[in-house]
Design a protein around this ligand. Structure first.
Ligand code: ADE
Length: 388
């Protein structure tokens, strides 16, 4: 559904009035230096305003103009960019600065075609420089603007290249000849502060009366969320029980699922059977050989970026596993529930000890490890009665 929406002159007026009153005072908004504006626009791609501010200030101290950037060694330029990611942006900036010094006398050309040819000048950067520096009516289309226009025009679905064409057509119809740079800044600011991805603040929006999504109550579902590509992972873990206690270990303190607890195990390598993977993982992690293993349960869990199929095997080992007091523990069924596990492993934990009420004369519990095998808890002493 795309509704025709040709905001009247009132739209731009209301938007710019709001921007004049509510915009954030950001360092790059207080300069008219084309070089500094360009630097900010490159840094702001894929990176938040708060992250960019200290980088921007440090960069301008190190490379105050095109000439200094063009002459600086690449190593120094990359070091100044360290932590911002997408390092090609820094490399391209230095190259563009060299071209600008050599061919354009250190000035930015004001023609779209010329600017667009410079290293790192895609449609966004080109439009940003032309509008913010030269006051030319080129609309910018970043993630914030995309969302604002999709909502204003009640464009359903997710963002894509075909939609970008339609969005650009809309923006070309809306951008004023006078102050196009302010219009672009205002659209980005509206997206950042009011027309937010989640929980848009429509009651505070200066242009809600022009918004078709708001009219239809669809502002929360436009644009529809991006489909992320998810990776499928298959992993195998060993449930090792000794004297009624289970062996668990802590994940590293950085990276995925940091500091959570899990059963020993890991990913299955291509071509391996599950049992081969289990034997290899336990050998690598615990320094032990598996004497016997049999399947206990398979659980599936979807995380944001990946989907896991986790196979749990109850195992008997030929020797005691390596200890590591900080990372590895034997814990009782009671205690294990107090440890934080990733959701998939937590479901295995749930399966370990469902108490069964036998009614009369029972002071033991059955832990449903697998059909036919159980843990007998007699007078608070837990024993594995029959595992194999
Ligand atoms: N994102 C991209 N350009 C921006 C700007 N000039 N101000 C704030 N956020 C931005």
């Amino acid at each position: 559904m795309i509704e025709s929406s040709a905001p009247s002159p009132g739209f731009t007026k209301d938007l710019l009035r709001w921007y004049g009153r509510h915009h954030r005072n950001l360092p790059w908004r207080e300069t008219s230096d084309p070089y500094a504006i360009w630097v900010s626009e490159i840094m702001l791609q894929q990176t938040t305003v708060q992250t960019v501010i200290p980088y921007y200030e440090r960069w301008l101290a190190l490379f105050p103009d095109l000439g200094s950037l063009a002459q600086s060694p690449l190593k120094k330029v990359l070091k100044a960019w360290q932590g911002l990611g997408y390092y090609a942006r820094a490399r391209n900036m230095r190259q563009a600065a060299q071209v600008l010094i050599k061919r354009y006398d250190g000035r930015f050309p004001s023609r779209y075609e010329e600017l667009r040819k410079l290293p790192g000048f895609g449609p966004y950067t080109t439009a940003a420089v032309l509008s913010l520096v030269f006051g030319l009516p080129y609309p910018v289309l970043d993630a914030n603007v995309r969302r604002v226009v999709m909502r204003l025009a009640r464009m359903s679905g997710g963002p894509n290249t075909k939609k970008d064409k339609l969005l650009m057509e809309r923006l070309l119809g809306w951008i004023p000849r006078k102050k196009p740079g302010l219009f672009n800044q205002a659209m980005m600011e509206l997206g950042a502060l009011v027309c937010r991805p989640h929980g848009p603040l429509c009651l505070l929006c200066p242009v809600s009366s022009f918004c078709r999504a708001y009219e239809a109550g669809e502002q929360e579902v436009i644009p529809s969320p991006k489909k992320r590509s998810v990776t499928n992972i298959e992993a195998v873990v060993g449930i090792i029980c000794k004297d009624g206690k289970y062996l668990i270990q802590k994940r590293p303190s950085s990276g995925l699922l940091a500091d959570l607890w899990e059963f020993p195990g890991g990913k299955r390598d291509p071509g391996e059977t599950l049992k081969e993977a289990l034997r290899r993982e336990l050998r690598e992690e615990l320094g032990v050989e598996v004497a016997a293993a049999r399947p206990l349960i398979t659980v599936r869990h979807a995380y944001t970026r990946f989907r896991v199929k986790l196979h749990a095997y109850e195992c008997r080992l030929k020797s005691d596993p390596k200890t590591d007091p900080k990372r590895r523990r034997w814990v009782s069924l009671r205690a294990i529930r107090r440890y934080p596990f990733p959701s998939g492993s937590a479901r295995i934990v749930d399966k370990l000890g469902t108490p069964i009420n036998w009614g009369h004369n029972t002071n033991f519990r059955i832990s449903r490890i697998s059909p036919g095998n159980y843990v007998k808890n007699l007078n608070s002493e837990t024993r594995i009665v029959s595992l194999f």
